[in-house]
Design a protein around this ligand. Structure first.
Ligand code: ARG
Length: 565
């Protein structure tokens, strides 16, 4: 991690001018003319030190001495540009890529994080609206693991709440047993929508649903049995999607897991004076609004449940961090939950709501089951795989049927996932079939293809007839600017993973992998590898390093990496 590595030297240099402020790290320049990294410290500190920034930079620059740095230059009004040493970059990459963690600093070692993600509501099929939490959450799980954290991925499914009252009423009145036999989850979904339609004209249905939910909450055996059935039907449906996406959870503790803990939450909030009774409801006041923690009818709600959940996680895992991944609409909810948890002193963990922007349809609408305007996740994946299959069949007719199917699955599912992860999480994303399934540009197929190209070059470097089991990789020597720019991107990989993890932004990692792939392809296009003569062994080592970094990064983003396409 280059900035972290240089930091102590910079701190020591800063100390020579009595700098009091925190010493910032170096930032990549993005322009080789300005060196590899820039240090803005002199520019920023000059005023406080009553010095001319350029003069300060010139005083500091000669003192920056480090084995990784070949050249230090003062630029512009007081920036310090650092150029790394070629041999140092080569050695560093060679050492990093053979370590299991590819050089990523174990920032999370000894620390535990709970990642609460995906979390669909029961009795509906998973649709494109569930995609972002699942993709982003799974990437955050893998990013934290790669940085040494102990991670508990928890699927906080919506398996408790008013929808079950509605479903029970609908199930008893309008069930189509034949349809239920054929497609249980589809029929539940239809019943749910049907309830909504009928309830518009018939207010008594709302009362009936409330009566059923009250019975369920009191443990009525018939309603409990129905609830269990709805739950198991849904879980089977969810599992099938998760299996296909390669997503797994360490826990699946839905809202129902906390239902017996909410009474105590309300009791403690009242006893501590954090909550009060107002007009029959129990509320917690904030500066500009209130949160209801127990409704007039005595029912605890989503807020109460989530406060109980913080407590439970604290008691069970003593986490250092809890990350909850939902769309932007739940921002206020989690601000309130976190604030209540703090007032209750429920945990020391850092509480993070990693919210993301909405997935919207081209007409601007948010897809929803009730609105009937959504696309099933399995249908999206099937279409993606179908399109990928057509390309594989055309490009690689020589591969056998099973391999082509496996490639199409990896490319199709990966394309959908990557199209989502490569965008800034906190922007709205417009659903667009062509963009989702595109095979060019910053896409999963492009990265997968770049990796497969590395693997095939290395395979060709083998001479099995001479008993050679691994390609003869040499020490990496930089002989060309294209080699240097590729190596630098590889050297920066660990710090990019760390930055993406710190910012909860898988897209930063995606962007970096795209950069690595681009640089690799430029290098490979312009410089001979197998026929590289004296440079052959070094270039093969560079191909191997590229392969390892691409593979590692794509696995963090949850793609199935292929050696052949
Ligand atoms: N089931 C919720 C929904 O679909 C998301 C749950 C998020 N996690 C939580 N701890 N509340 O909106």
């Amino acid at each position: 991690m280059i900035p972290a590595l240089l930091h102590p030297t910079l701190v020591a240099v800063a100390a020579t001018v009595d700098a009091t402020a925190e010493v910032e790290t170096v930032a990549p320049t993005g322009n080789p003319a300005h060196g590899d990294y820039q240090w803005n410290f002199a520019f920023r500190m000059a005023k406080a030190l009553r010095m001319n920034p350029r003069a300060l930079a010139e005083k500091l620059a000669p003192q920056i001495v480090h084995p990784a740095i070949r050249k230090v230059e003062v630029a512009g009004p007081g920036f310090i540009n650092l150029t790394l040493d070629d041999a140092w970059i080569a050695r560093t990459v060679a050492a990093q890529v053979t370590e299991p963690d590819v050089g990523i600093a174990p920032e999370g070692a000894g620390r535990t994080v709970v990642v609460d993600f995906s979390s669909p509501n029961v009795a509906k099929r998973m649709h494109i609206g569930h995609m972002r939490s699942t993709h982003i959450g799974d990437a955050l799980v893998r990013m934290h693991r790669a940085s040494g954290w102990t991670v508990i991925g928890d699927n906080h499914i919506g398996d408790w709440g008013t929808q079950f009252g509605k479903l029970i009423v609908a199930y008893r009145n309008w069930l189509d047993p034949v349809a239920f036999q054929a497609d249980a989850i589809g029929e539940l979904e239809r019943l749910y929508v049907e309830f909504g339609n009928r309830a518009k004209d018939d207010p008594s249905l709302g009362d009936a649903a409330r009566a059923e939910i009250a019975k369920l909450q009191k443990g009525d055996p018939e309603n409990t049995a129905l609830w269990r059935e709805f739950l198991s039907i849904s879980m089977a449906e969810f599992q099938a999607v998760y299996r296909r996406l390669g997503v797994r959870f360490d826990e699946t503790l839905g809202e129902s897991a906390y239902r017996d803990m909410t009474d105590k939450v309300v009791e403690d909030l009242l006893a501590a004076g954090i909550a009060e009774v107002s007009e029959g409801a129990t509320i917690v006041r904030f500066e500009h609004d209130v949160a209801i923690v127990r409704k007039k009818d005595g029912a605890d709600n989503y807020t109460t449940s989530d406060v109980a959940c913080v407590r439970y996680r604290e008691g069970r895992w003593h986490p250092d961090r809890i990350v909850i991944v939902t769309d932007m609409r739940q921002q206020r909810h989690f601000q309130q939950v976190f604030e209540i948890a703090r007032r209750l002193d429920a945990t020391d963990a850092e509480l993070v709501h990693a919210w993301f922007g909405m997935l919207v349809l081209p007409d601007g609408a948010v897809p929803s089951t009730r609105g009937g305007n959504t696309i099933r996740l399995v249908d999206l994946l099937d279409e993606a795989v179908r399109r990928a299959r057509a390309v594989v069949d055309a490009k690689s007719p020589n591969l056998d049927e099973a391999e082509r199917a496996a490639i199409a699955e990896a490319v199709g599912v990966g394309a959908v996932r990557y199209a989502d992860l490569s965008q800034h999480p906190q922007t709205n994303v417009t659903f667009d079939w062509d963009r989702m399934l595109s095979l060019d540009g910053n896409t999963a197929p492009y990265l997968l293809y770049s990796h497969a190209r590395c693997a095939s070059v290395l395979a060709k470097a083998l001479r099995p007839e001479e008993g050679q089991e691994a390609p003869d990789l040499g020490a990496i020597v930089i002989g060309d600017p294209l080699e240097r720019e590729l190596l630098l991107a590889l050297a920066r990989y660990p710090e990019m993973v760390a930055a993406a993890t710190r910012g909860y932004r898988p897209n930063q990692l995606a962007e970096h992998l795209f950069e690595v792939a681009n640089r690799f392809n430029r290098f490979y296009h312009d410089l001979p590898v197998l026929k590289g003569g004296d440079a052959r062994a070094s270039r093969l080592a560079l191909v191997d390093a590229s392969r390892r970094v691409l593979r590692h990064g794509m696995e963090i983003l949850g793609l199935s990496v292929l050696d052949r396409m």
